[in-house]
Write a protein that binds this ligand. Sequence first.
Ligand code: SAM
Length: 260
Amino acid sequence: MGPDMGRSEGVVPMSSEVGSHWFEPMADHMGSAYLRYSFTKGTVQEVDHIISMLDLKPGMRVLDVGCGPGRHAYEFARRGISVHGIDISQTFVDLASDAAPKGATFERMDARALTFDAEFDAAVCLCQGAFGLMTANGQDVDVLKGIRRALKDGGGLALSAFNAYFVVKYFEQATFDAGSGVNHEVTEIRNQAGESQTVDLWTGCYTPRELRLMLSACDFEPHSISSVDPGGYVEGPATTESSEFLVVAFATPVRRMGTR
Ligand SMILES: C[S@@+](CC[C@H](N)C(=O)[O-])C[C@H]1O[C@@H](n2cnc3c(N)ncnc32)[C@H](O)[C@@H]1O
C-alpha cells in the first residue's frame, strides 16, 4: 500500500490462518473509501503498462489476485480482456461485483489456497494484493505457487512488491523487522463518512534478489524487476528510490517427477 497510509511504530509478529485475514476488518471499515487513497489513482497507466509488458490481447483471460474493489479488473475488462478477481474481503468482492463491467467477475477466495488449474493467460497481483500482506512465514510462496498453477505455460505475471531498501531508507517512523523483512505500521484509515479507525498494518518487503529466487523456485522466469510508484509503472532498473518493485515474469513449464 502507498506511503500515504500513515505513521508507523512497533513490530508485532503475527500469523494468519488460511481462510481469514487481518486485512478483512480494514476493508470492512474503508469500503469504497479505499478508492480515495492517492495510490489508487494511477489505474489506467498501470493497466496500459501491464498490457504492453505481457502482450495481452482482447479475448485473453486474466486472474487478478487480491483484486480489492476491482479497479484493475474493470480497466482490463473495458479493453476486452476478461478478468476474474479474487479477494479475501467479502466487502471488496461485493463492491467489485456491484458495478462490474461485462467480462469482469469476482469471488471471495484466499490467495494462499487458489483453486485454479492452467486456466489463465496472465495474472496480476498489484499493490500488495495478497502478496506482501502476510508475515515472514512463507505464505507469499504459497500465493506464488497458486498463481503458477492457475496459469497456462508461458502465461505472464505482473506483481508489485514493497521495496525493502526504500522502507529502510525513508520510513523513519516505521518499525522494520530485518529478520523477517516485515514492516509494521500503526495507521489511521477512514470510511465513507470520514470516521477514522486506528489499525495495524504489516507489509512484507522484498529485495530484487529475493524476488528472483522466489520466482525461480515457483517455476517463473523473471523478465524484469523495475522500480515503480503507483501510477508510474515503467520498465527500468531496480533502485532504492521507489516504493515498489514491479515484477514481470512468465510461467515456465512445471518440472514434474520423472521428466527432464
Ligand atoms: C492494498 S489492497 C490492493 C487491492 C488491489 N489490488 C489494488 O491495487 O487496489 C490488498 C488486497 O489484498 C487482499 N488480500 C490480502 N490478503 C489476501 C489473501 N490471502 N487472499 C486474497 N486476498 C487478499 C485484501 O483484502 C485487499 O483487497
